[in-house]
Design a protein around this ligand. Structure first.
Ligand SMILES: C[S@@+](CC[C@H](N)C(=O)[O-])C[C@H]1O[C@@H](n2cnc3c(N)ncnc32)[C@H](O)[C@@H]1O
Length: 301
């Protein structure tokens, strides 16, 4: 699943961040009211930490790559005109694809879904096949489920319980339309693929943001089960090797991960910028605390 074309005859336009870095920082700090902003809740979202990243974004870059898209916090902040996006979660990429193709239809389906326990379980237990209705259901379930967690059972069915949301959070239709317009740009592609596939075409001068499921084995950051099933240590090593290769090819790479000694070794040639995050995913609130994370940059600030 992809749109757009990476190869244009003329020199492609560069994104110029330097001129509007202060504006980006301002938007990053008030992301809750900014437009566009992520319309999904997602485990490990960088939504609340964008201000840590803004200073490290290159002043100018060619194409933007985000192969672990999740809720797309940095993509929606930067609004790049040329981007290669991807995620291994097929429900997620299908939702972005459907929204970008026909936001009006997705919103129409969304309007028909009441936020209450009965509707939630009825939708969860009987998902539609049509892409626009299914995308609306995905957004609805994401907003109404417990803690915005995406979890499926052995048959691949979404099985997170109802979260008793205080208000109908799916009703942010202007933001949904704005997000759709950024995703629908001609030179923006969305792939349901492994990160290596998405990164194949990154070349000198491009900017790659890597925000994988974190290493958790020795550093409990609150979503161990979700992560360990999804992204193994071998995947982490494969990712770090890819980041190193891109760096050697003149690609500007920013990667995030847990601040664990084994991860620091994987990114030993990268500059390191620590920050702290409040963990929110543990069911038991007493287990929620501050977790140290790290941004790895291929170039000094
Ligand atoms: C920490 S989340 C990304 C969060 C995102 N930066 C945001 O702001 O919401 C990691 C994402 O990686 C995806 N993922 C897991 N394994 C993957 C793989 N091998 N290739 C690509 N994406 C993968 C997950 O589905 C998840 O959406």
């Amino acid at each position: 699943m992809s749109r757009g074309n990476n190869s244009c005859g003329a020199t492609p336009p560069q994104s110029d961040v330097q001129e509007n870095r202060n504006e980006l920082l301002d938007r990053a700090r008030r992301i809750g009211s900014a437009t566009p902003r992520p319309f999904l809740r997602w485990a490990g979202s960088k939504r609340a930490h964008l201000h840590h990243l803004v200073d490290l974004i290159p002043s100018r870059y060619g194409r933007y790559f985000e192969p672990f898209l999740g809720s797309g916090a940095l993509f929606f902040l930067l609004e790049p005109t040329r981007a290669s996006l991807g995620d291994a979660c097929s429900e997620l990429t299908a939702t972005y694809e459907a929204l970008s193709q026909n936001p009006g239809l997705v919103i129409r389906h969304l309007r028909g879904l009441r936020v209450n326990k009965e509707t939630y379980y009825a939708v969860r237990g009987n998902r539609s096949r049509g892409p626009y209705k299914r995308a609306a259901e995905f957004i609805y379930l994401n907003k109404a489920c417990w803690n915005g967690l995406y979890r499926v059972n052995a048959s691949g069915e979404f099985n997170v319980p109802y979260g008793r949301p205080k208000k109908n959070q799916s009703e942010d239709y202007p933001n949904l339309r704005e997000c759709a317009s950024k995703l629908a740009r001609r030179a923006v592609t969305i792939a349901n693929a492994d990160f290596e596939h998405v990164l194949e075409s990154a070349t000198e001068g491009d900017f790659v943001f890597l925000d994988p499921p974190y290493v958790t084995r020795h550093n409990n950051n609150g979503f161990i089960d979700y992560n360990e099933r999804l992204f193994s240590w071998a995947d982490q090593r494969r990712l770090a090797a890819t980041a190193q290769r891109l760096r050697n090819n003149g690609v500007h790479v920013l990667a995030t991960n847990a601040a664990h000694k084994d991860v620091l070794k994987l990114y030993r040639n990268f500059d390191k910028y620590p920050f702290d995050r409040r963990s929110t995913l543990a069911a038991d609130t007493r287990k929620r605390g501050m977790v140290r994370e790290m941004i790895f940059s291929s170039r000094p600030r």
